[in-house]
Design a protein around this ligand. Structure first.
Ligand SMILES: [Mn+2]
Length: 393
């Protein structure tokens, strides 16, 4: 028996570029082709099937057509909704619509979940001797409350047990985590993980294994730089458990990443160096990363021109990253505070902003975060402005 574990397919508008969004569909087609060709028994998708909780009609039709291909050959697809599959303020997800239309099984559908406040009881399904269940991702906040209260009802005596989830666990690094690895339920054979877009094989947990297939396409520049390829897992199992897992690599665009040392160089020299890296391309992805302290000012760099030149040569995506670039206007500021809000304030004051400016900015950020009404934001901001102007005069 064998299944495919895939995740983070992000069908929708990841980029402003139509070409790049089509790439996501292309790779989704490759994954469906693979499932059909390999005649897998079923598929587990660990969330973020769509990029948006309310996908466009075009995305809905595309996914419907692809899932119908699976249905025709009798390959079942089990999905947990990811953080992107749930619209802001919505309880249900777009995954549930496809469940009700019989094109997939939503492992977080209400029929599998009962939440009485005390415990979060999860059912699942045993299919082809594999028990499957899972917990949906959340748009924000650490949701390990659910994991602490988790009770799982296992159906029958399966050969293997699969748990799907959509979180970044602490085993990937404390600084990224939104869930402690230890919060995961014990005694599963395979943990189908999503949310983390890099791929990570074989993280041991109890007697089982945690695997992140990563996203099926590069969702941003960082993913292009950090990851060598995109793929999914094909997992073989029998009555003795998981036999082996293979990582299948999708056919994605070629990419070029260039680091450009800008230290002590004029904007013109840096521009020519960037242009010298470009060549005629049949649609590769291009990332130019600038670093160092330039001679002159950053704003004199004509990055738009370099970008246009690259697109004219045929690159399908161009990113010029200048976040590690400094110029003579950048001053180093020593910070003594250790609370984030205080650091922010100390930094801004040392950079020459007035106390009132900082207060006003802080108020606006807080007001928006707390969901304060538009009218009261304007009213309070006006009062602050008046007080501020009076002081200045
Ligand atoms: Mn994702």
């Amino acid at each position: 028996m064998r299944f495919i574990h895939v995740g983070d397919t992000h069908i929708g508008n990841v980029y402003k570029s139509r070409t790049r969004n089509e790439d996501f569909k292309d790779v989704f087609r490759q994954f469906i082709d693979l499932a059909i060709k390999e005649r897998v028994d079923f598929i587990v998708h660990s969330g973020d099937l769509f990029n948006e909780g309310s996908p466009s009609l075009e995305s809905l039709l595309f996914v419907t057509d692809q899932l119908n291909r699976l249905k025709q050959v009798g390959i079942r697809l089990f999905v947990i909704p990811g953080s992107h599959d749930v619209g802001i303020g919505e309880e249900n997800s777009i995954i549930e619509l496809f469940d009700r239309n019989g094109l997939l099984t939503n492992l977080n559908s209400k029929r599998y979940v009962s939440n009485d406040g005390e415990s979060f009881t999860l059912g699942g399904e045993t299919y082809k001797n594999a028990f499957l269940c899972g917990v949906a991702g959340k748009r924000s906040n650490v949701e390990d409350g659910i994991f602490k209260r988790l009770r799982i009802n296992i159906d029958g005596r399966p050969w293997i047990k699969i748990f799907a989830f959509h979180h970044t666990i602490s085993s990937l690094g404390e600084q990224f985590k939104d869930l402690d690895t230890d919060s995961l339920p014990k005694d599963f054979d395979y943990y189908a993980a999503g949310h983390w877009h890099g791929h990570k094989d074989g993280i041991p947990y109890g007697k089982g294994v945690i695997q992140y297939p990563g996203s099926t396409e590069y969702c941003d520049e960082k993913e292009m730089v950090d990851n060598s390829n995109r793929g999914c897992y094909i997992v073989d199992y029998d009555e003795s458990g998981i036999k082996k897992t293979d990582y299948f690599v999708f056919d994605t665009r070629k990419k070029e990443v260039h680091e450009i040392d800008a230290n002590g160089k004029t904007p013109q020299a840096i521009e020519s160096e960037m242009l010298s890296k470009l060549k005629k391309s049949d649609g590769s992805l291009l990332v130019l990363r600038l670093y160092g302290r330039i001679y002159g000012t950053r704003s004199d760099l004509n990055l738009a021109f370099v970008k246009r030149s690259a697109l004219d040569l045929g690159y399908s995506y161009v990113s010029i990253n200048s976040s590690r670039l400094t110029d003579k206007n950048d001053v180093k500021v020593d910070i003594k505070e250790n609370d984030l809000e205080k650091i922010e304030k100390e930094f801004l004051l040392k950079r020459g902003y007035k106390e009132d400016d900082v207060k006003l900015a802080r108020f606006l950020i807080d007001a928006v975060e707390r969901g304060m009404g538009e009218d009261s934001i304007i009213k309070t901001a006006k009062e602050m402005f008046t007080k501020y102007d009076n002081k200045r005069d």
